[in-house]
Design a protein around this ligand. Structure first.
Ligand SMILES: Nc1ncnc2c1ncn2[C@@H]1O[C@H](COP(=O)(O)OP(=O)(O)OP(=O)(O)O)[C@@H](O)[C@H]1O
Length: 620
């Protein structure tokens, strides 16, 4: 298979801009946390110190949830279960042997008598978390969206049931007691600080970017080479590690607990904290925990009833959870993305400008290659969208695919991009037949854009392109420079730090092309790239595409209804009608082809006929 013969120019910086920015954010949040802990340590009483310790433990658990749910968009109830597993594992590993013999008389031999220190037990729990994360995530993340959420709920119920049923190990629904209380303010705050840094940095890693891209648009992410399942699994495992670390701390903070402490109420509290603050950012998780713990502490004073402000208050059972639920509903209603929405602090990000240099050296051209369709067909319940098409596209060429509406052009392009599985026939890249898989095709050098734009609206313009660039450039700094170069080529460099959702329609179309080019493709498939653009924007696009082709010698295949664009830009035109190729030649040849004229006239006549029939029916 031909290799892409290009490398980015060096110019490696000490740390990529995205990590520098994330690191500064994380340090700022850690500084606030440490300062709060110091103030409470110096001036707060024992009760206040316990509140902050509890808050730090909850923050670790919520960050675990944020790493998975915030990046993948899949709400998880499973992290409460992981915290429970972490707590029981720590309890068993740290309980004094003498106490264990009385409290856990039937404990299997291989689990008995460890009597580890907290940190030794934590190390073992973290290894266990990775194993549990992989074992649960691999089957569970075959599901997406609400199905995956429901599966995490089922997991919570299963873990609870196992904890209750495994009496020899957990004492069943009886309290598990006798765990040494070694976790205090500074241990909890220290571990929460590590979790904060991990959560903030994870967003910027290849896995974090890929998970967020897939949450924004699954097909768009696959088209830039994102293997969604692996990326989500990474987020799941890292989230599991944080949740189990929180559970380990909780065990040593409480000293005694039961399975109910890690069931629905706990899972709900974690979710409420995250949703109130803003699920999609570590800043949201941080503020969500602070605000929610403050609310819980205030409301808890009223829950027990008694005399207050000269009034006798009854015992209000469940008041805390009720107020949390109302707070959650209010936030979802008024600010659906939480108090902080998608926002991170972004201390080092400058709107409107960028410190990242777009690499000056343009990429070299690609080697010759061929994308071929061999007797390709696709049927949809009675409709033959593509019917036995055999075509080949070479690098260093621009081909237009035209045809009446519903002719099968997009279906053909989808199969060429590995996005739709053919009913019959094959697609090959460089002579090698490939099974349909959009992300594998993208990684093999076939990039594409969509008829209905599929950018990642909640990510910045730069991140949109970096997701693609990272598939071919593992070094984030180099990927950022390459992404900036593609953005400059499309005239979007000034919008690099804006969310893609804020771009105008024509700019989004250009962003999609920039994103596709960042994959350094050998073939670029464009589905109606000029749709919705005005004449000036279309002319710009034409000149950009011909320049890209000249510079890189890639193969461009585009579907377009704008005949002027097709005739000006393409040296070869393929005409499709009723799923079949009816003409294939130069613009001049195709324009004079009687079959083409008949197909277009036919479709126009059919449209006119339908319109007149409709009018006649309406008049009648
Ligand atoms: N997922 C699907 N399920 C069922 N039918 C489909 C599906 N995708 C396409 N079709 C049908 O296949 C035929 C070809 O559709 P396709 O979108 O490929 O045509 P097209 O030439 O791209 O049309 P247009 O120019 O309007 O975009 C149409 O009859 C369409 O209704």
């Amino acid at each position: 298979m031909a290799q892409v013969a290009m490398r980015e120019s060096p110019g490696r910086s000490f740390m990529p801009a995205a990590f520098r920015n994330a690191g500064a954010d994380a340090l700022c949040m850690v500084a606030v946390l440490l300062l709060a802990a110091l103030i409470i340590f110096l001036f707060g009483g024992a009760a206040m110190q316990r509140v902050v310790t509890y808050a730090a433990i909850m923050l670790t658990a919520v960050l675990g949830l944020q790493i998975f749910s915030g990046n993948s968009g899949i709400v998880s109830f499973g992290h409460a279960a992981f915290a429970g597993l972490g707590a029981y594992a720590t309890g068993i590993l740290t309980m004094p042997a003498a106490l264990q013999r009385t409290a856990l008389r039937d404990l299997p031999q291989f689990l008995a008598g460890y009597e580890l220190s907290f940190f030794a037990a934590l190390a073992m729990v973290l290894v266990l978390a990775i194993v549990i994360g992989l074992l649960t995530g691999t089957p569970l993340l075959r599901l997406t969206g609400s199905s995956a959420s429901i599966a995490t709920l089922a997991m919570l119920i299963i873990v609870y049931t196992l904890l209750v049923a495994g009496r020899e190990i957990t004492r069943g629904s009886q309290p598990f007691y006798g765990v040494p209380r070694e976790v205090g303010l500074w241990t909890a705050v220290g571990i929460a600080s590590v979790a904060l840094v991990a959560a903030r940095l994870f967003r910027e890693t290849a896995f974090g970017l890929a998970t967020r891209a897939a949450a924004n648009d699954e097909r768009g992410a696959a088209a830039v080479g994102v293997d969604q399942r692996t990326a989500r699994l990474a987020a799941w495992v890292v989230g599991t590690v944080a949740a189990m670390a929180a559970g380990a701390m909780m065990a040593q903070f409480l000293g005694a607990f039961s399975p109910r402490d890690f069931y629905f109420d706990f899972g709900f509290t974690l979710l409420a904290m995250l949703i109130v603050g803003g699920m999609n950012s570590s800043l949201g998780a941080f503020t969500g925990v602070v605000v929610t713990i403050a609310v819980i502490e205030i409301v808890r004073r009223f829950e027990g009833g008694g005399e207050m402000f000269g009034l006798h208050l009854p015992v209000l059972f469940g008041l805390t959870q009720g107020v949390l639920a109302i707070a959650m509903i209010l936030v979802i209603w008024r600010r659906p993305t939480g108090l902080f929405g998608e926002r991170e602090l972004n201390l080092l990000r400058r709107p409107g400008g960028r410190a990242i240099p777009a690499s000056a050296q343009p990429p070299l051209h690609v080697e010759h290659d061929r994308l071929a369709a061999d007797h390709l067909s696709r049927r949809y319940a009675g409709v033959v969208a593509v019917d036995d098409v055999t075509l080949a596209f070479d690098t260093d060429s621009i081909t237009g695919i035209i045809g009446p509406n519903g002719a099968g052009k997009t279906t053909l392009l989808n199969m060429l991009a590995g996005d739709v599985e053919p009913s019959a026939g094959t697609v090959s890249i460089g002579g090698a037949v490939r099974a349909a898989s959009a992300f594998r095709f993208a990684r093999s050098g076939v990039a594409r854009t969509f008829q209905n734009i599929r950018v990642f609206p909640a990510m910045t313009v730069l991140e949109n392109v970096v997701v693609a660039a990272r598939q071919v450039e593992p070094d984030l700094g180099q990927a950022e420079a390459a992404a900036m170069r593609e953005l400059s080529r499309m005239g979007l460099e000034k919008s690099a730090d804006q969310p893609a959702a804020r771009l105008a329609y024509g700019q989004r179309r250009r962003l999609e092309v920039a994103r596709a080019l960042a994959l350094k493709p050998r073939f670029l498939l464009l589905d109606e790239p000029a749709a919705g653009m005005n004449a000036v924007e279309t002319a710009e696009l034409v000149s950009i595409l011909s320049a890209v082709r000249t510079e890189r010698r890639i193969g461009v295949v585009l579907i377009e209804h704008d005949m002027r664009l097709v005739m000006n830009l393409c040296e070869r035109i393929v005409v499709i009608d009723h799923g079949r190729v009816i003409a294939d030649g130069t613009p001049a040849e195709v324009q004079n082809n009687p079959a083409v004229i008949a197909a277009y006239l036919g479709s126009r006549t059919a449209r006119a006929k339908t319109a007149s029939e409709t009018t006649a029916n309406e008049t009648a």
